[in-house]
Design a protein. Structure first.
Lengths: 119, 110
């Protein structure tokens, strides 16, 4: 079955960097767009970034634009999120999400990885 | 990128029906059929229950249904069960290649 497993979360100081990874399996990875979505403690879901199936289009939420970079490796079935200049407000559980087929929606979610930005 | 507007909480008795609203703008819900709903039990991965306004993924109960009128989308859950008690989020594609979520609604089954 479809599986998404995030890794790379942890505690980082403000201004620091972190790289999240997401290992995908159980579907034709190179045919699907992928997203990162986050949830801050006690808050709702927030879309963070999108990458097209071939990696040629990438879009970001205003809150992370210029600081976060999404990437993928279709040969390895992996999605990444490079997070720089981290702020306390970036503290959240980060979910890797598979796009729906033929529609813009968040079809399958990973369990998430926690990023804590704190001094 | 302000969120879509959902009621913070709703409640209803087992066996009854409940509707959760999600209000956006002409740039998202009002201009898109890519409206979706998610069920989220804290500590677990969110689950897609409605996409394209009113379509149900395979395996989702037909007790869940969706609709849209203008800039407001709605999720209706019929025949409420104790297991339905959790958080629900709406989402929409927004012009400019962005996506937006609602703030979430806590459903209590009394």
């Amino acid at each position: 079955q479809v599986q998404l497993v995030e890794s790379g979360g942890g505690v980082v100081q403000p201004g620091g960097s972190l790289r999240l990874s997401c290992a995908a399996s159980g579907f034709t990875f190179s045919s699907y767009a992928m997203y990162w979505v986050r949830q801050a403690p006690g808050k709702g879901l927030e879309w963070v970034a999108f990458i097209r199936y071939d990696g040629n289009s990438k879009y970001y939420a205003d809150s992370v634009k210029g600081r976060f970079t999404i990437a993928r490796d279709n040969a390895k079935n992996m999605v990444y999120m490079q997070m720089n200049s981290l702020r306390s407000e970036d503290t959240a559980v980060y979910y890797c999400v598979k796009d729906c087929w033929g529609s813009w929606c968040f079809e399958v979610w990973g369990r998430g990885t926690l990023v804590t930005v704190s001094s | 990128q302000s969120a879509l507007s959902q009621p913070a909480s709703v409640s209803e008795s087992p066996g009854q029906s409940i509707t959760i609203s999600c209000t956006g703008t002409g740039s998202d819900i009002g201009d898109s059929n890519s409206v979706s709903w998610y069920q989220h039990h804290p500590g677990k991965a969110p689950r897609l229950i409605i996409y394209d306004v009113s379509k149900r993924p395979s395996g989702v109960s037909n007790r869940f249904s969706g609709s849209k009128s203008g800039t407001t989308a709605s999720l209706t859950i019929s025949g409420l069960r104790a297991e339905d008690e959790t958080l629900y989020y709406c989402s929409s594609y927004r012009a400019g290649d962005t996506w937006v979520f609602g703030g979430g609604t806590k459903l209590t089954v009394l």
